[in-house]
Every structure is written in structure tokens, then in C-alpha cells.
Design a binder for this molecule. Structure first.
Ligand SMILES: *Cc1c(COP(=O)(O)O)cnc(C)c1O
Length: 360
């Protein structure tokens, strides 16, 4: 069977060479005579995987030693609770900027834990944009500010973080981590479920500025403590070992591609193909996101009516372009074109879009 171009938002497509490497190593990992799935998480082989993955992430993002990389479980959704549990003290307030459904979910968890101020929301225009600096009203001294860097469902993306100067910025980067170079020094904490841009489901990458570890209160359960996971180098309990191994392979692949500047260029070229097909369709395709906030990772658009959208999804699938149905809150089409989506996949999609437009 041939592989398709899979535009699923997550779990998402992985580089073929990564899957092949995992397949090749599956039965006998580096001469251990066992699969990496079966290896002890306390073995030197597995410890090397954790350390190599963290080192690759540091190298790709050119992070300083002020940051620690953690591999945790429970998905990005567990981070929604963990962030305020660790950083929001009783007398403090945290600021949330909600630019999509995941940001709203993060907010809903945080209000259970402490005092939260909504510094901005884009709900009034169905999250088709990122707020401007003038729209953001920070509280007097927030313990941290939470944002979602890329809105997977709506197809919008933050392009500039300068408005957060000197604040403890926490970002959910589940759907755009490593999509290009990033000045990590602007962030107190970054988290990302791996299943979009990093590897398989089951592991969440957390990048934490070390001084934040000192804020962790002693009365929260062990598994939710960043400091405990940091002290134990992500091996406090049995980690999702196979997922971490896969993340390591994806990071090696990113390095082979020439690093994040190259990846950014590649992603911009891929996204341009799809956006061009939208913009040149004379309104047949209508993009959801306002142009200046368009995501390079998730492209969302509508067709003239729902019947036509169904037809689009079905016909695309018959061309080997699958999982294009949009989220119910936007409707229409969503194409997720993360790092691992080949250029060829976007080319094929864009030419399908033009053809479909002509015929309908
Ligand atoms: C998918 C997604 C999540 C949810 O991740 P889980 O790992 O399923 O908990 C959270 N935030 C963003 C931005 C996402 O894209």
C-alpha cells in the first residue's frame, strides 16, 4: 500500500525516514538484543536517549543553560493545570490571553486553581486573529502570562513576542514548536504535546527556565511538580520511553534538514502554496484567519457551502490527500502542514484545490 499525504492535526504525519529508522531498530536496539520499548528506563541506553533528545532540542533552539528540558506525560492538557499549580500563589494573579479553544481550556483549568485575569481574548471574531499590543491589558504584576503560540483549530499564529518583555511568558507551543528559530530567552516556560510537530502522542516536552523551579510550592502532588521532574532528569517514574525515542529521531531529522532557519523557509514555502490557492480563487475558498496572523502550520478555509466542503474532502481523499475536515467550531477545511509534511504534499494539495475550483 502506498503512503498518503496525511493532513491530520494530531497525531500527525512523521518523516518517512524516521519511521524507517524506528522500524529498522525495532527488534534489536543498538545491540541490546531487545526493542527500545523493552529496554529498562534506568539503562545507560535509555538514559542516553533522554540526554541526547534534550541536547538536540537545546542545540536546535540555541537555548542557554538557564533552561532545562523535561519529557512529561499527560499531554498538553495536563500542562493547563500544572502551570498554575506550580506558579500561581494564593495572593497572586496570572494573565491569560485566549486566542482559541486550547487557550480557553487552559483558562478553565487555571481558574480552578487561582486568580486569573483575561488580558485579551479574540473570541468576538471567532478567533480569526491575534490581539494587537493595544488590545492587551495586563494586570499590575502577573505571576505569569499564558498564551497559545499557534491556534491549531483556527489557523492563527503569534509572529512577535516583544509585547511580553520582562514578563514570565508561558506558551503552549503544541502545534508550532520547532517550526522555525525562536528566541527562547523570552519565555519562562514552553510546553508542547509531541503528537503534532515532534513525534508520537504520549510525551509532552517542557522547556523551563531554571529560576521558575524555585517557585514550586511543596504541597502539590509529586507527579505535578516541575522541580521533581527536573531533579530526576525526567526519570522520576517510568517515562513514555518509546515516544521519547521517537522524538529524538525527529530532532535528528530536523538537524539533518539544516536546522530551524531552513525549516522555517521550507514551512513558509509550503504554506504559501496553499494560501495562494485560497487567494487566487476569487472567493471560492475563504480563509478563516486574517492575513497577517495566518499560521504556517494549520491552514483553515471555507467553501461556498457545506455540501461542497464534503465533496472536497471526499475527492481529495481519492487523490491520496487525507484528513482535511476542519474542526466543528470553524467548519470547512483544515490542512495541517507541520514540519514533517513534505513539500510535495502541499504542491499536490494546491493543485487539487485549483482543479476542484475550476470544476465547481
Ligand atoms: C492539540 C493541542 C492541545 C491538546 O494536546 P493534548 O496533548 O491532547 O492534551 C493543546 N494545545 C494545543 C495548542 C494543541 O494544538
Amino acid at each position: 500500500m502506498e503512503r498518503v499525504f496525511n493532513f491530520n492535526p494530531g497525531p500527525a504525519t512523521l518523516p518517512l525516514s524516521v519511521l524507517e529508522k524506528a522500524q529498522k531498530e525495532l527488534l534489536n536496539y543498538q545491540g541490546t538484543g531487545m526493542s527500545v520499548i523493552e529496554v529498562s528506563h534506568r539503562s545507560k541506553e535509555f538514559e542516553a536517549i533522554v540526554n541526547d533528545a534534550a541536547a538536540l532540542l537545546k542545540e536546535l533552539l540555541q537555548m542557554s543553560d538557564d533552561y532545562k528540558v523535561l519529557f512529561l506525560q499527560g499531554g498538553a492538557s495536563t500542562q493547563f493545570a500544572m502551570v498554575p499549580l506550580n506558579f500561581l500563589k494564593e495572593e497572586e494573579t496570572a494573565d491569560y490571553i485566549t486566542t482559541g479553544i486550547f487557550g480557553e481550556k487552559a483558562y478553565k483549568e487555571a481558574v480552578k486553581i487561582g486568580s486569573i485575569h483575561t488580558a485579551a481574548s479574540t473570541k468576538d471574531t471567532n478567533h480569526d486573529r491575534i490581539p494587537t499590543a493595544a488590545e492587551i491589558n495586563f494586570s499590575p504584576s502577573p505571576s505569569f502570562v499564558h498564551i497559545t503560540s499557534n491556534n491549531t483549530i483556527f489557523g492563527t499564529q503569534w509572529k512577535d513576542y516583544s509585547v511580553f518583555n520582562n514578563l514570565n511568558l508561558v506558551a503552549d507551543m503544541s502545534s508550532d514548536i520547532l517550526c522555525g528559530p525562536l528566541d527562547v530567552s523570552r519565555f519562562a516556560l514552553i510546553y508542547a504535546g509531541a503528537q503534532k510537530n515532534l513525534g508520537p502522542a504520549g510525551v509532552t516536552v517542557v522547556i523551563i527556565r531554571k529560576d521558575m523551579l524555585e517557585k514550586v510550592p511543596s504541597n502539590i502532588p509529586s507527579m505535578f511538580r516541575y522541580d521533581l521532574h527536573a531533579e530526576n532528569n525526567s526519570l522520576y517514574n517510568t517515562p513514555p520511553s518509546f515516544s521519547i525515542y521517537m522524538v529524538k529521531l525527529v530532532l535528528e531529522w530536523l538537524k539533518e534538514q539544516g536546522g530551524l532557519a531552513k525549516i522555517k523557509e521550507f514551512n513558509e514555502n509550503k504554506a504559501a502554496l496553499v494560501y495562494e490557492a485560497i487567494d487566487q480563487s476569487n472567493g471560492f475558498y475563504r480563509g478563516h484567519a486574517q492575513k497577517e496572523y495566518r499560521s504556517t502550520m494549520n491552514v483553515t478555509f471555507r467553501l461556498p457551502d457545506e455540501e461542497m466542503e464534503k465533496k472536497f474532502v471526499t475527492e481529495a481523499a481519492s487523490h491520496g490527500l487525507v484528513n482535511l475536515k476542519g474542526h466543528r467550531s470553524v467548519g470547512g477545511i483544515r490542512t495541517s502542514i507541520y514540519n514533517a509534511m513534505p513539500f510535495e504534499g502541499c504542491e499536490k494539495l494546491a493543485s487539487f484545490m485549483k482543479e476542484f475550483n475550476k470544476k465547481n
